[in-house]
Design a protein around this ligand. Sequence first.
Ligand code: GTP
Ligand code: SPV
Ligand code: MN
Length: 590
Amino acid sequence: MMKTQNQATTPNKFITDWVSDMTALCQPDRIHWCDGSESEKQSLTAEAVQSGILIPLNPHKLPGCYYHRSNPNDVARVEQCTYICTETPEDAGPTNNWAAPAEMYAKLYDLARGSMKGRTMYVVPYLMGPPGSPLCKVGVELTDSIYVVLSMRIMTRMGDIAWKQLGESNAFNRGLHCTLDLNPDRRYIAHFPHDNAIISLGSNYGGNVLLGKKCLALRIGSFLGRKQGWMAEHMLILGVESPTGEKTYVAAAFPSACGKTNFAMLVPPEHFNGWKVWTVGDDIAWMKPGPDGRLYAINPEAGYFGVVPGTNYESNPNAMAAMSRDTIYTNVALTPDGDVWWEGKDGPPPAECLDWRGNKWTPDSKEKAAHPNSRFAAPMINNPMLAPEVNNPDGVPISAIIFGGRRADTMPLVYQAFNWIHGVYIGATMGSEMTAAAAGVQGQVRRDPMAMLPFCGYNMGDYFRHWIQIRKALKYPPRVFNVNWFRRDKEGKFLWPGYGENMRVLKWIVDRCRGGADANETPLGWVPGAHSFDLEGMENFDTARLEAAQTINYEDWRREIIMQDELFFKLYSDLPKELIFQRELLVARL
Ligand code: GTP
Ligand code: SPV
Ligand code: MN
């Protein structure tokens, strides 16, 4: 029998019925309906601190910041436990794990039954997208994790604002999250696209449990987008402002831990006096053709769940500012004075600290102090370069789409697709080295089409077809580019300095979109012409390294095409013929 409960904060019958069904299933001791208020944040934070889930950080150095350690077996997304439960396996396609919806519901409800005994069930209403936007979606997450509630409060527009948008409607995503005992054998991230529902069990980490993010905004979102004529993409959105105040917006798809947050927060080098880069979003874009024939994008999120290691005042000062207050740090190292530390932070390492597992760490330790996938959750309003358009319900018009992976070889620093369909082919055949953002082997190159391999909620072949189709609704399709910040020399050093210097690549892209910069034709696509790529102010940079970064090595490309074929074989029966034709054209050009 339930002991306490605050009043349901919405009269919506669909909500109250569903919450009472899930209450009967999970049998929590208490229900807490979240309103999103400041006082609620304070009381939940105090409770989390008291129970040891959050550790307050030094209020002078990091005001409003807290520290969290996850279970060491629960530090990243788990693709092998992620399911798309469509009616048929063909609907989910060969790149997703599939299970029959009825069987999956039965199995997961069995695991969830009684799992919240002695615990509180939090009802977390949230919006994905600016209120009033035609793309904005309502989600409700039922969770027994106070860490999830406080993180969702940062990552989404959480609280009564969502009830207001929902009204009496039944159009909301139903998300159920039960922490269980964190046994990896009972870990499931299951999506039911036809029901707009998600069940996540047995994890308490990031993309597995902040259900608005990868589960709703990408997997369910991509499924809905195909039906409704829009796109849900794993893309950052940024605005480039010229010294005369002209703004150009671009969206870029890089796989997990391949540089989206960094690119979205880029600070131009000194040479680009008067140029500004504004962040609209750092991870997810929802895009829809507008009435004027351009492609418009919104960022559905309200915060950043960013990779911490490697972040410092040189590589990403805006991220450092964003995580300087009101931030939850997960799995970094904790110093004796209540500060946080990680590999790649400014300054020397602490003489002693506690590592992400809570063990004593010194600079002589062999293990890393921070987990490679340690993260910060920071409100986007902390970002000094937050684009004011982020709250615009109509979004921003996209001039360029950029694809990019983490490739030690083969892929040039930058090239431009000949046209839209060629651009779709480039995105569809993307490859990237695997990173710590997902559990599994690191460093191995795998195909990750449009950076959506772990996030596409339906058949990847149909997803490619959707990309091809969208072109028909666009009078002014974005130009498409490919970049690679991660090509290496023989010694294993990055050929291109990256980070702020990526402004030079971005500037060429913006110039191309505005019909400015010249380009040379290669078998891969257009590359910067001799005088259109600005290297001024890079006194210590050897231009031979740029040439090496741009080299097309035909031996590498033969291997690349064979690797691309592996994905095409897997998808063969669903693959749009246009892409096979693009493959033939590329082989002929090479
Ligand atoms: P998710 O949040 O997992 O989707 O990652 P992301 O795509 O936002 O990647 P992020 O910007 O957090 O960067 C991931 C890693 O790549 C960090 O360790 C960065 O330091 C590194 N990185 C980012 N940009 C560059 C770059 O231009 N050059 C090099 N060499 N490394 C970079
Ligand atoms: C990613 O893996 O692409 C992330 C981190 O952005 S998570 O939210 O854990 O999916
Ligand atoms: Mn991501």
